[in-house]
Design a protein around this ligand. Structure first.
Ligand SMILES: Nc1ncnc2c1ncn2[C@@H]1O[C@H](COP(=O)(O)OP(=O)(O)O)[C@@H](O)[C@H]1O
Ligand SMILES: O=C(O)C1=C[C@@H](OP(=O)(O)O)[C@@H](O)[C@H](O)C1
Length: 160
């Protein structure tokens, strides 16, 4: 949540001339609702079902595409069949500070329902840390690096 998956994927796609898609965007367009509204109206369990459906579609239909996703997407049952998983790593404090001090911080936090309570977000971060490492094929620490440095490191580690 907020580590920069979408931003990094867009910059990577532009630099390396590949297409990128984002699972939250796919879900929002299929449901015709923003993620925060899906959470509010239908609940988290429903959103997770949407993520699984998206993962099934990706497995069946998507090749040669850069995919960014939500922070809970790693839970889908077929993550290992979707391609190379790149984990963008940063401490909770660093991510939180960047979101909190951004120009439109309020909107950035409101967009992420699971980030609305700091204590709960931190608990989630701690809970997920090990699981992320388990599913990751490539790990890139993003703290205090420029976007160019991050995408160059991803390209090198993924042999693009
Ligand atoms: N490399 C970066 N440098 C500066 N700001 C960034 C960078 N990556 C992301 N951000 C900012 O951090 C916020 C979260 O990024 P985003 O790509 O939406 O994260 P995620 O997709 O992981 O939730 C955005 O507001 C974005 O502008
Ligand atoms: O971590 C999570 O469970 C979620 C992260 C969000 O995406 P970002 O990681 O882009 O904030 C979004 O998919 C949804 O709010 C749930």
């Amino acid at each position: 949540m907020g580590v920069g998956k979408g931003t990094t994927a867009r910059a990577f796609a532009k630099k390396y001339g590949v297409y990128n898609i984002d699972t939250d965007d796919l879900i929002e367009s299929k449901e015709n609702k923003e993620v925060k509204k899906i959470f509010a109206k239908k609940g988290e369990a429903y959103f997770r079902q949407c993520e699984q459906q998206t993962a099934d579609w990706i497995e069946k239909c998507v090749k040669g595409t850069l995919i960014s996703c939500g922070g809970g997407f790693y839970k889908v049952g077929n993550i290992d069949k979707l391609g190379t998983v790149v984990l963008l790593e940063a401490s909770f404090e660093w991510i939180h500070k960047r979101l909190k001090t951004a120009k439109n911080a309020k909107a950035k936090l409101a967009k992420r329902p699971l980030f609305s309570k700091e204590k709960e977000a931190k608990r989630l971060y701690n809970e997920r840390e090990k699981a992320y490492l388990k599913v990751a094929d490539v790990i890139v620490n993003v703290e205090n690096k420029s976007l160019d440095e991050v995408i160059a490191e991803i390209a090198r580690k993924c042999k693009v």
